[in-house]
Ligand binder design. Structure first.
Ligand SMILES: *[C@@H]1O[C@H](CO)[C@@H](O)[C@H](O)[C@H]1NC(C)=O
Ligand SMILES: *[C@@H]1O[C@H](CO)[C@@H](O)[C@H](O)[C@H]1NC(C)=O
Ligand SMILES: *[C@@H]1O[C@H](CO)[C@@H](O)[C@H](O)[C@H]1NC(C)=O
Ligand SMILES: *[C@@H]1O[C@H](CO)[C@@H](O)[C@H](O)[C@H]1NC(C)=O
Length: 406
């Protein structure tokens, strides 16, 4: 009896010590992994994954494989589908891409053509352990975000020298993930792009009678449809001062949606119709300031014959010809109010803002297969030149973040 009382605690203690030893070893080795991240990368192939290796040669038919490293429920992956289905459902020209978030799908994740990372999730990684520890020199690591850099800045340096491709609203991304496509009068896609060449306003044809007719019915200054009332860009503060300034001209802004007194179902035809029949201007105000971050808010005005007043950090010449919109941040409250009043009082001047309609048209990108961003993500994998080209975002933090963001 006595012996048992002594032996039991000894066995227990030894077990505990053993377990602690194992725990410390594992913890220590992963700690060195973190610190030696770059070295680990070069030791590619030596890391044992304990994975169920499947018959890869059998799977590697003529498909390109995309691994979603981050959550498949995150934007933009949530609409990408699984396997080939997303591309098939969209009738993409290339459907030979296979999407999965199973890291073991090909036995080893270095075998994927692309590993894609959802921006809003990966910018919050502060530990390299959350990233793949190894990579093949042939595969592309792609950063994917439709959310603005101002709302999702990257504040650590662990993503420098990491991505080969980006899939974002930025016009210099390999794959665009945008809101807007511009076509010319022959229906050819002409923009937006970094170096846009627009027809000069004075060379454009005169505004059609149809447009003149539409404009005649307008009686109200400006409308704003908005549901996010407190934003990074503080657009709500600007609008307040603008409202105060417009009182001097007996003009006002009608605010629809969650942040104002007026109701109108978001993006409904009825609302859009109101823009066309009633309002001179529409506030295309972004919720945050980031390069090229111009959302569908711009299309509300352009597609419904109201002149856009923009508020954002983009170079808007990449998106619209000069002289067809007002830039709130450049003009400031006083000048903007003055200009709005001037155009409302002077119909011939106001009408000039619609000359572009003879030469250009605006669409959402998902409206055509040709510009569908999901289709594009598969088709670039078949763009041999782009795939062969070695590229890396060396200073990703500086590339992505707005100046002095973090
Ligand atoms: C893998 O699949 C290929 C093609 O179907 C076959 O020739 C090969 O024997 C398979 N290898 C293994 C290890 O099963
Ligand atoms: C794809 O094509 C089919 C058959 O032509 C059509 O029914 C379907 O609406 C198309 N889907 C899309 C998203 O365009
Ligand atoms: C803005 O974009 C236009 C059109 O692409 C370009 O010509 C101009 O140089 C850009 N301006 C700045 C300040 O980058
Ligand atoms: C991707 O980036 C990594 C890291 O800079 C680089 O080593 C690799 O060569 C690049 N691969 C491709 C295919 O561009």
């Amino acid at each position: 009896m006595r012996a048992q009382y002594i032996i039991k605690p000894i066995i227990c203690c030894s077990l505990v010590i053993c377990l602690m030893y194992i725990y410390m070893t594992v913890k220590y080795s992963s700690f060195t992994n973190t610190n030696k991240f770059s070295e680990t990368l070069q030791m590619e192939g030596e890391v044992n994954d304990f994975i169920n290796v499947r018959n890869v040669s059998e799977k590697r038919t003529n498909l390109k494989y995309i691994l979603q490293w981050t959550s498949p429920t995150n934007v933009p992956f949530v609409y990408m589908g699984v396997g080939q289905q997303g591309f098939i459902d969209r009738n993409c020209s290339h459907t030979n891409c296979y999407v999965t978030s199973d890291r073991n799908y090909l036995g080893d994740y270095t075998k994927f053509d692309v590993i894609a990372f959802a921006g809003p999730e990966v910018v919050r990684f502060y530990n390299t352990k959350e990233l793949p520890l190894k990579r093949s020199p042939h595969q592309k690591f792609a950063f994917a975000s439709i959310e603005s850099a101002d709302n999702y800045p990257v504040c650590s340096r662990i993503l420098d020298n990491f991505f080969n491709w980006t899939w974002t609203y930025r016009l210099d991304s390999e794959a665009k993930w945008g809101y807007i496509v511009i076509r010319d009068s022959e229906n050819k896609i002409v923009g937006p792009k970094t170096n846009m060449h627009w027809m000069k306003l004075e060379d454009m044809d005169p505004v059609s009678d149809n447009i003149r007719e539409i404009i005649k019915s307008k009686t109200k200054a400006a409308a704003w449809f908005v549901s996010n009332c407190y934003t990074k860009s503080k657009r709500e503060v600007f609008v307040k001062s603008l409202q105060a300034e417009l009182i001097n001209y007996d003009l006002k802004i009608d605010i629809y949606g969650k942040c104002g007194p007026l109701k109108c179902p978001h993006e409904s035809d009825e609302c859009n119709k109101k823009l066309e029949t009633d309002y001179y201007f529409y506030l295309s105000f972004e919720n945050s300031f980031a390069e090229d971050y111009v959302t569908e808010k711009l299309l509300h005005s352009l597609q419904n014959n109201a002149v856009p007043i923009v508020f954002g950090a983009a170079n808007y010449t990449r998106f619209m010809p000069d002289g067809i919109y007002l830039n709130a941040r450049e003009l400031g409250v006083k000048k903007l109010a003055e200009k709005m009043n001037e155009l409302i009082e002077n119909q011939e001047m106001y009408i000039e803002y619609f000359k572009w309609k003879n030469h250009y048209s605006y669409y959402r990108r998902f409206e055509s297969i040709e510009t569908d961003d999901y289709c594009r993500f598969c088709s670039i994998l078949y763009d041999d030149e782009l795939v062969k080209k070695k590229s890396t975002y060396e200073n990703f933090k500086d590339w992505w973040n707005p100046p002095n963001r973090c």
